[in-house]
Ligand binder design. Sequence first.
Ligand code: FCA
Length: 355
Amino acid sequence: MARRHALVLLLTVPSCLLGLMGCKQQAPETPAAAPPAGATKTAGTAALLVQPKDVIIGFLVKQAEEPWFQDEWRFAQQCADKYGFRLEKIAAPDPEKVLTAIDTLGTLGAQGFVICTPDVKLGPSIVDAAKKHGMKVFSVDDQFVGPDGEFMDVPYMGISAANIGKQVGEAIYKEFRNRDWPVEDTACCVVTYEQLDTSRERTDGAIEALTAAGFPADRVYKTAERTTDVPGATEAADTLLTQHPEAKHWLIASMNDEGVLGAVRAMEQRGFTADDVIGVGIGGTTAIAEFQGEKPTGFFATALIDPYRHGYETAEMMFKWITEGREPAKTTLTEGIIVTKETCEDTMRERGLLD
Ligand code: FCA
């Protein structure tokens, strides 16, 4: 069912019917038992703490140049247009920019923000800064970590990282078998960024599935990227390629499409083509640009994840929190689905991720 149709139904059909319709269910929300203090109720209208036109919500992302985050913004804006609130999209690539942005939002009178932080350890400072301005916080993609090393108790929507990583590992192994490459000529390059939990869980999941399927663990090589973008991954993969001139065929996994794409580019520079490389990313929007190229490359497939949910739904949960006092679910984990050059466009269209 197309996303837009599903959405209209979500808005018009009682939630008890959704399961029967096979629609994607929204994350359970804690129902407000009674109208929150300060709510004004007029006959026939819902009690609203703030009128939609007076609501300002920030949406801060760590890497505004990455297509994933542009998609999150695009869908969050659709939510703002639908409900009539103001959305402030802010690029916040470092801690200083994050804290300045929160102060700016506070001065504007924003009631809350959704954030993918550039550093998960910044969580406590973000929460403090938000409190100072009486703002609500919702974390997306990368979960805040407290001083004790534990995830913080702040509403969060992320991908089910380990599972999606496993899907990647399984897809790589399946294609490796299809190609019939001798295992002794093949190696796996895993571009890692282990200081970020959602990243480590993804690459660990991929390695686990690949080795559980039978690929030898001693032919799996991790290489750490300094930045989670295409240049960072290219550099990391290049170092690994120098260390392993013996490998004739390469498998690639990473935390996202950018990580795999960077490795594919590093391999191309050394003469490895689509015939010798199987890369499987996580994302979709970056992958589709690669798939739309005429010739196949080493970027074989991706686990398509859902920027609509991470953009539209997080903004919507924040809006309802502000206007109705309805607290969002503490944790919402979203799924992935493997797509290739052949299936990516149709699947994205079906899910309302592509016009
Ligand atoms: C992290 C990554 C992004 C995207 C997101 C869901 O923030 O950096 O590329 O995969 O998780």
